[in-house]
Design a binder for this molecule. Structure first.
Ligand code: S3P
Length: 427
């Protein structure tokens, strides 16, 4: 199913309109996990219906957690992990899912097996297995303990001060979630600050959390049931924002605009796009301008890590040469996103050089219609769709389109609405 192809005829008109993007994927995973950990009734409003969080929900159901879909779209959760998982936890394509769940499994006195699709089984898990082992969990895995499937025998954890070598919110979150079940406080120190959803949501659920600079400490204890509201996903809004920056204008209401998630707007502003933000409603408005090349890299990367493929499309339509550096983490995402972004841009006729930690993009006025392979990666597929509607004058095709269902099942509908393109999905 992930092999589907999207055909996008050019309209020449760019995009115009309002898009309400799906519930934030990062927040959705965490809302499901925290509601599952909290003994009692929680509710989740605005949950992402992407396959990634749906896998997390399915995995947590194996612990005896009950999830009920209400008629108004809210999900009611009867939380409390009741028993060790009755089956393998299939995390699908979701790196966030498997790494957060690994923390939960390490804290739970029982045996868990976690796996995922062929893309997830290629991604490094030693970054979570190592700290969990240091906390006392027994973690085994393929490839010398570093690739899923992961086998975790949890329980009896000690607290830990962990200096993470990688700036990763998934690693931080995994260790903090395990820390809830440790015998003493657990601290994660990050090399660069990353998104703060876990600390924010743990605090809201009554956990004792202290943040000092790049260090976060959690004290062991239960979390309380609560009513979670999932805001719109800024990473999904970035596709429409870039499309508008290249050609058109969009309004994007209801977004999460907290720390580490909206930095891509600063990059678009540097490029010269017109960007307005209304904090009170989480609304972002972007309109086209003559974009210019910029330097992207350094400490900025963790805050735009998911937006780089689509920002590279903006760079491709900008005047001049954009250099993206310090982005080695992109090599271990759903695909090798340095290689897959470079290949995507080249398919559109954009001269692009690959570097170990990024790329050099030579901007041009118009892109050639392209046949793009998404490499099974939802963000490459959606970034290519943006390039196709914004700057081509012919028919483009994107194979591996089915991957988009992991995060944004309604993307094609929204694409048709704002671009007027008769985009169609085929086998
Ligand atoms: C996420 C953290 C980031 C990001 C991913 C979601 C999260 O991954 O790329 O899409 O929800 O914590 P890393 O922690 O690997 O940087």
């Amino acid at each position: 199913m992930h092999e589907q192809t999207l055909s996008v005829p050019a309209t020449g008109g760019g995009v115009k309109g309002t898009v309400r993007v799906p519930g934030d994927k990062s927040v959705s995973h965490r809302a499901l996990v925290l509601a599952a950990l909290a003994p009692g009734r929680s509710t989740i409003e605005g949950l992402s219906r992407g396959e990634d969080p749906t896998h997390t929900r399915g995995a947590l159901a194996h612990f005896g957690v009950e999830f009920l879909d209400e008629a108004d779209g809210t999900v009611t959760v009867h939380g409390g992990l009741r028993h060790e998982p009755v089956d393998v936890l299939d995390c699908g394509n979701a790196g966030t899912g498997i790494r957060l769940l690994a923390g939960v499994c390490a804290g739970f006195d029982g045996l868990s097996v976690l796996t995922g699709d062929r893309y997830l089984r290629r991604r490094p898990m030693d970054r979570v297995a190592d700290p969990l082992r240091r906390m006392g969990a027994r973690v085994d895995a393929r490839a010398g303990g570093s690739l899923a499937p992961l086998v975790i025998r949890g329980g009896g954890l000690n607290g830990l001060t962990y200096h993470s070598p990688t700036a990763s919110a998934q690693v931080k979150s995994c260790v903090l979630l395990a820390g809830l079940a440790a015998s003493g406080p657990t601290t994660v120190v990050e090399p660069h600050p990353t998104r703060r959803h876990t600390e924010e949501m743990l605090t809201a659920a009554g956990a004792r959390v202290q943040v000092e600079g790049t260090s976060v400490t959690v004290h062991p204890g239960p979390v309380a049931p609560m009513a979670h509201t999932v805001p719109g996903d800024p990473s999904q809004s970035a596709f429409w924002a870039v499309a508008a920056a290249l050609a058109g204008e969009v309004e994007l209401p209801g977004l999460y605009l907290g720390y580490g998630r909206s930095d891509y707007l600063n990059v678009l502003r540097r490029m010269g796009a017109t960007v307005q933000v209304e904090e009170s409603t989480g609304t972002v408005r972007v309109s086209a301008a003559r974009l210019r090349a910029v330097q992207i890299g350094g400490e900025e990367v963790p805050g735009i890590v998911d937006e780089i493929p689509v920002l590279a499309v903006a760079a491709a339509g900008a005047q001049g040469t954009t250099v993206i550096s310090g982005a080695h983490e992109l090599r271990v995402k759903e695909s090798d996103r340095v290689a897959s972004t470079v290949a995507m841009l080249r398919a559109f006729g954009v001269e692009t050089e690959e570097r170990p930690d990024g790329m050099v993009v030579h901007g041009r006025e118009e892109f050639s219609p392209a046949a793009v392979d998404s490499a099974g990666d939802h963000r490459i597929a959606m970034a290519a769709a943006v390039a196709a509607v914004a700057r081509t004058s012919g028919l483009s095709t994107i194979t591996g389109w089915g991957s988009v269902a992991t995060s944004y099942p309604g993307f094609v509908e929204d694409l048709r609405t704002v671009s007027g393109a008769a985009a169609s999905v085929g086998a």
